[in-house]
Design a protein around this ligand. Structure first.
Ligand code: TYD
Ligand code: MG
Length: 456
């Protein structure tokens, strides 16, 4: 009987070798050889056989139905939104995150809280009892939630075939192993092969599959990068462990926008969805303090107001320190250089620390102005009025640049009770201010802000 044949391939250049090699003789890269299946058992030995096309046939693109209500409701608003409006049948979703961040909790919660859907939760990490204990804390609502503790991928697929679930969750892809490959579970070759088998199952049966994946220290998904190419959607679950907040971000999505963001809060009884993030991202204070300013941001489709805090102090020793949490340090350095060169603030000799509230990482450039204001406020030791917020990008010449969807930002600020918002002068066109109660201040350069905020 013909056996499954495997060979080793360099992931860098594609060179092939019958043995594992430390260094690729062809491209010189180290540690790139991965075992892959060359000939599968069932196909080997009989020469080429035409695969059976079954009753499928090519269809005209105009005849493909465009039903949009086929998405599955996961009963989790934040997850639905990040997925692009629900889970599409037949999609393979990878959800990554550091250990202990709450991936298992989130997925078990989905499994336990959906209705009228048969779900199989496969765990290779915890025992039945451990899962049951966790489930009791989260609350069990779905009677059709099945648990399987197994790591052999072929066995899992057999169980799936018997149970015929509507949704499969695999926790985690790193614990799976396939009989067809010799390398240990968690190795690149195994992850790839197991994911490929699950992908095939998912596409053929049109069943959605969630794969949980661990993240390595440097922030990439452990295992091959190609896992990200194989799946339809890559979600990342992140957050500072010391804060209760968790952010679900989409890094890749074949069926929706990647700009969406889901926010959760970790409680004793699982993850709670945060529907109005602005309320938690702005701290309530008795009296105003210096070094704090509020940015009107847009994350995904949602406007959200977020607090930035800065501390500027004279450097105690030699080289001044710059550190930022939730904000790019290089961008912070750029903004400091702009302040120094264009506006004459002597910040080069100061330590600057910056913190975005809630441990959230932001990408929206509209936060620039709030960062600059927080730094100046700390430097001058003058607080900014807590009913004032900011939304603009800062350019290299110190100009205040316009940002997109300014009307949404202004409306959200007004809704949350802000009385004043600073935006770029170039955002003025097309804005209808008549209906607004909030005062919109248009500024062009950093100096305009300084004189209006601190010396008026
Ligand atoms: P877990 O989902 O096991 O993380 P991951 O699968 O990403 O490794 O989450 C573990 C953490 O969550 C752990 O520190 C305990 C905490 N937790 C709660 O705070 N409340 C809960 O209801 C649950 C189930 C977990
Ligand atoms: Mg886990």
């Amino acid at each position: 009987m013909a056996k499954t044949k495997t060979a080793f391939f360099c992931q860098q250049c594609g060179a092939q070798s019958p043995k594992w090699l430390g260094k690729c003789p062809s491209c010189g890269e180290w540690n790139t050889f991965v075992e892959e299946i060359v000939v599968r058992e069932e196909k080997a030995g009989k020469g080429y056989r035409m695969p059976d096309a079954g009753n499928r046939h090519p269809i005209k693109i105009s005849e493909i139905s465009t039903q949009t209500d086929i998405r599955i409701d996961t009963r989790n608003e934040e997850l639905n939104r990040v997925l692009g409006g629900g889970l599409l049948p037949g999609s393979l979703v990878l959800i990554g995150g550091e250990p202990g961040i709450g991936k298992s909790t989130l997925m078990l919660q989905v499994a336990l809280h959906t209705k009228d859907i048969k779900i199989l939760y496969v765990s290779g990490e915890e025992s039945d009892q451990q899962i049951r204990m966790r489930a009791e804390r989260i609350g069990m609502k779905n009677p059709e939630c099945y648990i399987l503790t197994e790591t052999n991928n072929q066995v899992i697929l057999q169980h799936i075939d018997r149970l015929q679930p509507d949704l499969v969750i695999i926790d985690s892809v790193q614990t799976l192993y396939s009989d067809l490959i010799d390398s240990p579970a968690g190795s690149v070759g195994q992850i790839r092969e197991c994911a490929a088998e699950l992908q095939k199952y998912s596409k053929i049966t049109n069943t959605p599959v969630f794969l949980i994946g661990h993240i390595t220290k440097d922030g990439t998904l452990a295992g091959p990068k190609l896992l990200e190419h194989m799946v339809d959607t890559v979600l990342q679950f992140e957050g500072e462990r010391n804060y209760g907040y968790r952010i679900l971000r989409s890094l890749k999505n074949r069926f929706g926008s990647t700009a969406e963001l889901g926010i959760y809060e970790m409680h004793d009884n699982g993850l709670r969805e945060v529907t109005n993030p602005s309320e938690i991202l702005i701290s309530q204070r008795e009296e105003p303090v210096s070094g704090v300013s509020i940015a009107a941001m847009i994350e995904g489709m949602r406007p959200l107001l977020i607090e930035t805090q800065a501390l500027v102090s004279t450097a105690a020793y030699g080289t001044p320190q710059r550190s930022a949490t939730g904000f790019d340090v290089r961008r912070l350095n750029m903004l400091l250089a702009v302040l120094e060169k264009r506006s004459g603030f002597r910040l080069g000799i100061k330590d600057v620390f910056l913190n975005i509230a809630g441990g959230i990482r932001v990408d929206d450039p509209a936060i620039d102005l709030a960062v600059v204001v927080a730094i100046l406020s700390s430097n001058e030791d003058k607080p900014v009025d807590d009913k004032t917020c900011f939304a603009a990008e800062v350019g290299l010449s110190g100009e205040i640049r316009p940002v997109n969807r300014i009307d949404q930002r202004i409306l959200e600020a007004e809704k949350l009770g802000f009385e004043k918002i600073f935006v770029s002068k170039f955002n003025k066109k097309g804005l209808d201010l008549k209906k607004l109660k909030i005062e919109v201040v248009f500024v062009r350069k950093i100096q305009d802000i300084v004189s209006k905020l601190f010396y008026s």
